[in-house]
Design a protein around this ligand. Structure first.
Ligand code: ZN
Length: 369
C-alpha cells in the first residue's frame, strides 16, 4: 500500500499516515494549551538471550531525561513506575524492525521499546526510530547510534529522537509534512510567508516552512546545507533545532508552543491517548496526583472511582460534568471505593472533576450503554 523511502541518512522511519487527522483538525476542541498533562509510560529493554547487551538502568534514565527536557517545559510530564521490562531474545535484539511491532502493547501507557546502541538499520547503517504511523498507537521504538560532530558516535535511544517518536505518537507530523507526503491526501507545500501554514505543511503555524532538510546539516554550526525557493520565490529558512524536523539529532533542541498545543489536543480527544494520560487545570504536575483509579471507561451501568490508594483522613470531592459543563453527578468521599450509578445518563463524553487539596484533576469519561 505504501513504502518508506530510506535515504542515505534517515533516523525516523515513521509513515506520515494519520488515521485520526480529521478528528484532530476538522472539529472545534476546547483550548487545552494551559493544562498540565501526565502520560504514563512503560519501558522495555531488549537484550540478548544470555541477558547481556541493551540499555542499562542509567542508560534508561538518561533516555527518559530527553522526554523531560523536551516536554516538561510545556507541562507535559511522564509517569514511569521505575520497572524495566526486559525482553531477552537475541533474534529480536538483532532485528528490531522485524519484531518490534509484534511486541506487547499496554493500553494504559505509552510503550517505549529501547534497543541496543549497536543495532543499526541494515540499509542505512545508522540507528532509527519508529512508531505505527502518526497518532495511531501508543507504542514507539528507538535503536542504534548516530554520527555527530567530528565523527563522534552518539546513542540514538538517548537522544531527542526518542522525543521525536513520542511526538509522532502524540500526532505531530514532520515539520516538512506536505512536501513529499505519501499518505496524506490533503498535503500541500507550506509557504515561507506563513499565509497557508494552518492548512498546509505540518498544520502548525509557528514552525517555519520546511522543504525537508534530509539530515543535511553542517554539524559545526547546525545550519542546513541546502537551499531553495518555494512557489512564491521566497527562500526557505527551516528550523534546524526543531525536534520534528529532518534536521540532525545532534542539532535538535525543542518543540514549539503550537506543537505542544497540538499534543495536548490529541491527548485530550484521541481515545487511545485518553487511556494513557490524565490532565489538570493546575500548574502542578498531575503525575504527582495520578493515584486516581477509575474504571471501566467507557462505562455502562456503573463507574468505579477507587480512592483506596489515596491518603487517609482526607475528604475528596468530585463531580461528573457533561460536555456542556452541567454537573450531572457529584459526591464526597474518603479513601474508599465509590461505585457510581451512571445507568440513567445519556451516552456521550463526560468529565470527571476530582478535587484533592484544592487541586483539580480532570478525566474524560465515556458513557456507552
Ligand atoms: Zn519522524
Amino acid at each position: 500500500m505504501f513504502t518508506f523511502s530510506i535515504k542515505g541518512q534517515d533516523y525516523c522511519i515513521t509513515s506520515d499516515y494519520s488515521p485520526n487527522k480529521s478528528l484532530l483538525l476538522n472539529t472545534t476542541h476546547p483550548d487545552y494549551s494551559q493544562y498540565a498533562f501526565c502520560v504514563k509510560i512503560y519501558v522495555h529493554v531488549i537484550r540478548k538471550d544470555n541477558h547481556t547487551g541493551g540499555q542499562s538502568i542509567s542508560d534508561v534514565n538518561e533516555a527518559l531525561s530527553y522526554l523531560d527536557l523536551d516536554f516538561n517545559p510545556y507541562q507535559i510530564y511522564f509517569d514511569w513506575d521505575n520497572i524495566i521490562n526486559y525482553i531477552d531474545d537475541t533474534a529480536i535484539f538483532d532485528n528490531p524492525a522485524g519484531y518490534w511491532l509484534s511486541l506487547p502493547e499496554n493500553q494504559d501507557g505509552v510503550d517505549i521499546y529501547l534497543f541496543d546502541d549497536s543495532v543499526v538499520h541494515p540499509v542505512t547503517g545508522l540507528g532509527y526510530g519508529s512508531t505505527t504511523n502518526v497518532g495511531e498507537t501508543s507504542k514507539l521504538m528507538v535503536t542504534g547510534y548516530f554520527v555527530g560532530y567530528e565523527e563522534l558516535l552518539y546513542s540514538l535511544p538517548k537522544s531527542h529522537i526518542l522525543s521525536h517518536e513520542m511526538g509522532h505518537v502524540f500526532n505531530l507530523w514532520h515539520t516538512h509534512h506536505g512536501e513529499d507526503s505519501n499518505e496524506d491526501p490533503d498535503a500541500c507545500d507550506e509557504l515561507v510567508d506563513g499565509s497557508n501554514s494552518d492548512v498546509c505543511g505540518d498544520y502548525i503555524t509557528d514552525t517555519p516552512a520546511d522543504p525537508n532538510m534530509g539530515f543535511n546539516i553542517d554539524l559545526s554550526n547546525c545550519e542546513w546545507t541546502g537551499s531553495g525557493v518555494e512557489d512564491n520565490g521566497d527562500w526557505y529558512d527551516p528550523d534546524e533545532k526543531n525536534i520534528m524536523s529532518y534536521s540532525h539529532p545532534y542539532c535538535m533542541e525543542y518543540l514549539t508552543f503550537e506543537q505542544s498545543k497540538r499534543i495536548k489536543t490529541a491527548l485530550a480527544v484521541f481515545p487511545f491517548l485518553q487511556l494513557v494520560s490524565t490532565y489538570s487545570n493546575s500548574a502542578v504536575n498531575p503525575c504527582a496526583t495520578s493515584l486516581l483509579n477509575y474504571y471501566p471507561n467507557s462505562s455502562n451501568e456503573v463507574l468505579n472511582l477507587d480512592l483506596t490508594n489515596k491518603a487517609f483522613n482526607t475528604i475528596y470531592t468530585f463531580n461528573l460534568c457533561d460536555s456542556y459543563g452541567n454537573v450531572v453527578l457529584s459526591g464526597e468521599s474518603q479513601n474508599v471505593l465509590n461505585t457510581l450509578d451512571v445507568s440513567s445518563l445519556d451516552e456521550g463524553i463526560y468529565y470527571l472533576h476530582f478535587f484533592e487539596n484544592g487541586e483539580l484533576t480532570i478525566k474524560q469519561i465515556i458513557i456507552n450503554h
